[in-house]
Design a protein around this ligand. Structure first.
Ligand SMILES: [Zn+2]
Length: 535
């Protein structure tokens, strides 16, 4: 075959098999007076143009086959996640792909994934490799590619001319489209990702709150221990304390906790939300790079003399705990908590008990903040997030191929994982309560919400601007021991009032500093939910 023929066939293949999501969005657009078929034809031509623009630059001898193979395989992979999970492709989702670990990645593997990517990616890639391309001398190849490019430009111009304003206005109103046009979305997402992730070594961490101090504890007071439980994928809509019709938080419901009912996440994925909630940037000014380039709440706490430790059973600390004690437990093989595939969050309660012993034997002095980064309701394999005895809601989806399960099965498995998180938080509270040598407090904040198939969306990671509420509304629950409450001087009725106010991850930085009585120029009392409640 001639190279142009191969290029056009690949374009047609990608149009037909890698762009279901884009076609679905396009088909729903308002044709603006044009016959629907003509409107779609115009859009199809423009879609084809975006594909050819990617393919043409590397369409010469030696380069064309590897390039087409890469594009076909990547497009098939992206199409699988877009079609089956309602995902979009942007720098955040690509970041999640690049920063995953073997265990997390392993949870995606399925026969459905294998055959879909095999049929739409591997098969055409093999056909490309098998095809003998009839190469002309280079000048003639260049000329024939130039002709193809001219045809593309001309066809696009005609499509825009015919489609006119209808096409333009429809496209402007469809921000999601840019994230699902395949494989262009991968290219633009990759560009944004690389642009954002320039070598981290080049980032100089700016100091923050180096003036932080704390008032001396009155003599005779016990050490304060604040346990901050962060993560994972727990949505307010499925949180019993926040009014979910099902009781998914039976243990917390029996404890004197304060549940904040109107809390928004900073992002829709861990890579954004987690660094964002510890930084003082706030959602509007947040970028991963900016957050890495400055110290965060944990650093300011450490400057003030608080002992800070981070225990992780998820995908790591995203650089937040770099300057404090960090313990990674997600690859542990402790048979009490871990299977070959993952560890239950109970391992974190165990780690907490062990580290509290350091307070008792005197190897850690004074007040502490201990972060537990939980695995929580991490999808798609919700059924692997909890021990068997927490399978309260049945039948459950026992597959990572969520589309093969009924909505009821998915909801059951997810709710069971929330039940387990409820018991983890309650165990942490119980551990602190039983420890009479310390004054404990527990703050639980989810990193983002989750879609369970509503409107064809699964998991999370939708661009914030059009993310559904279930992905951005999160639970936040606080427990204070009597001792902690007294030292903070927190009035109960004020706390209840504040819990009904709207808050977000933007408030966590000052929430943490305030609870630990940090005095610093970095502390912004107006953002601290408890500020008004202190005597
Ligand atoms: Zn997350």
């Amino acid at each position: 075959m001639r190279a142009n023929t191969v290029l056009l066939l690949c374009t047609a293949w990608l149009l037909a098999f890698a762009n279901f999501r884009a076609w679905k969005l396009l088909a729903a657009l308002d044709p603006g007076g044009l016959p629907h078929w003509l409107f779609l034809l115009c859009l199809g031509v423009l879609l084809a143009m975006t594909i050819l623009v990617l393919l043409l630059p590397l369409s010469f001898k030696w380069a064309i086959k590897p390039w087409l193979v890469i594009v076909l395989l990547c497009a098939a992979g992206a199409a699988f996640f877009m079609d089956d999970f309602g995902a979009v492709v942007d720098r955040h989702t690509l970041r999640s792909v690049f920063e995953t670990n073997a265990r997390e990645a392993g949870e995606w593997l399925s026969w459905r994934m294998a055959w879909k990517i095999g049929a739409t990616g591997v098969l055409p890639a093999l056909l490309v490799l098998w095809t003998r391309i009839d190469w002309q001398p280079f000048p003639r190849e260049l000329w024939s590619r130039a002709k193809l490019a001219l045809i593309v430009v001309a066809a696009s111009a005609v499509a825009i001319g015919v489609g006119g304003r209808g096409v333009a206005s429809s496209l402007r109103n469809q921000r999601e489209l840019g994230h699902v046009i395949n494989p262009m979305a991968i290219a633009s997402g990759l560009y944004a990702y690389v642009d954002n992730a320039r070598p981290q070594a080049a980032i100089v961490v700016q100091p923050l709150g180096r003036d932080a101090t704390r008032p001396a504890a009155p003599t005779g007071t016990k050490p304060q221990v604040l346990v901050f439980i962060a993560g994972e994928s727990v949505r307010a809509a499925s949180w019993g304390l926040s009014g979910y019709a099902r009781q998914t938080t039976p243990q917390l419901a029996r404890l004197p906790v304060t549940n904040f009912t109107d809390v928004r996440s900073c992002g829709t994925d861990t890579a954004v939300s987690l660094p964002c909630m510890f930084s003082n940037l706030g959602r509007k000014d947040f970028s991963e790079r900016a957050a890495l380039g400055r110290e965060n709440a944990l650093d300011v706490l450490a400057h003030a003399g608080v002992d800070v430790a981070w225990f992780d059973n998820n995908t790591g600390d995203k650089g937040i705990a770099r300057r404090v004690h960090e313990t990674e437990l997600q690859n542990s093989t402790d048979p009490a908590w871990c299977s070959a595939r993952n560890c239950f969050d109970g391992i974190l309660v165990d780690a907490l008990k062990k580290t509290l012993a350091a307070t008792h034997d005197g190897s850690v002095h004074g007040d502490r903040v201990i972060v537990l980064h939980v695995k929580g309701s991490h999808g798609p394999a919700y059924y692997q997030r909890y021990p068997k005895e927490f399978e309260h809601f049945t039948p459950v989806c026992r597959s990572n191929e969520l589309q093969t399960c009924t909505p009821e099965q998915i909801r059951n498995a997810y709710d069971n994982s929330v039940l387990y998180t409820d018991s983890i938080i309650a165990s942490v509270i119980g551990t602190l309560q039983d420890d009479h040598a310390i004054d404990g407090a527990v703050l639980f904040v989810s990193d983002h919400g989750e879609s369970l198939g509503e409107n064809g969306l699964y998991l999370h990671g939708a661009p914030y601007a059009f993310a559904p509420d279930v992905q951005t509304r999160i639970p936040m629950t606080l427990w204070l021991s009597d001792g902690f409450r007294q030292r903070n001087g927190v009035a109960a009725d004020c706390l209840a009032r504040q819990a009904a106010q709207p808050w977000s991850h933007d408030n966590i930085f000052d929430f943490l500093l305030g609870m630990m009585h940090v005095r610093s120029s970095a502390y912004r009392p107006q953002l601290d939910p408890l500020r008004q409640c202190r005597a």
